[in-house]
Design a protein around this ligand. Structure first.
Ligand code: ATP
Length: 199
């Protein structure tokens, strides 16, 4: 049976923290590949959100770092409001024999109960949770336990927490600071060449 990682996010932009978590999850859970799924543009423009085509292109560039990383345009090419539950149904239909492992950070874990049709989401995929600075382990463990009690399959990704966010990258770009420590060289060049985030 194929084991496929699914990593959704605004990826505004995709940064080295995202890549490090994806590679760690691929290795730790022996996944065949990790789909990187940028969200579409929300119906109401979110302040500072780059166009979905730019975010997808940066994901494509970042995916060149490892052959197991694969940019997926499933959410970017769909119109209307897009929910993870619908995306997971589409992925299950495309790969009926695969087990899905959805990768999230601790902040997203604590938000999971607000997702549309969360019980259905939990029945369609297992979750791999990565710690994040600012999110205490007690809170995270208790949230994972509660979800497990309602039937969820939750795994913990054992790696050092990474102090990096897309917010930090956007601030750095706006200050015309060096981006290469935070994003891959190709993504940094794309941000500069397209003057994204005030770069
Ligand atoms: P922003 O700063 O704009 O909120 P972000 O850095 O959180 O963005 P997203 O694209 O929103 O990036 O995140 C996609 C997924 O990656 C989410 O599940 C988020 O929790 C996770 N994630 C992002 N950065 C980290 C990190 N440094 N450590 C752990 N998880 C992370």
């Amino acid at each position: 049976m194929q084991k496929i990682g699914v990593f959704g996010g605004s990826f505004n932009p995709i940064h080295r923290g995202h890549i490090a978590m994806a590679l760690c999850a691929l290795d730790a859970f022996s996944l065949q590949k990790m789909l990187l799924l940028p969200t579409g543009n929300p119906p109401h423009k979110r302040e500072g959100l780059a166009d979905k085509r730019d975010r997808l292109e940066m994901v494509r560039l970042a995916a060149l770092e490892d052959a197991r990383l694969q940019a997926c345009d499933l959410e970017v090419t769909r119109g209307g409001v897009i929910y993870t539950v619908d995306t997971l149904h589409l992925l299950r239909a495309r790969m009926p024999d695969a087990s899905l492992y959805y990768l999230i950070g601790a902040d997203t874990l604590l938000d999971l109960h607000t997702w549309r049709h969360v019980d259905e989401v939990l029945s369609l995929t297992s979750f791999i949770v990565c710690g994040r600075p600012g999110y205490g382990s007690e809170e995270v463990i208790s949230c994972m336990d509660t979800l497990r009690q309602s039937g969820a399959v939750m795994y913990w990704l054992d790696m050092p927490a990474l102090d990096i966010s897309a917010t930090m990258v956007r601030a750095l770009a706006a200050q015309k600071g060096p981006l290469e420590k935070a994003v891959t060289a190709k993504v940094a060049a794309y941000i500069r060449n397209h003057a994204l985030y005030g770069a």
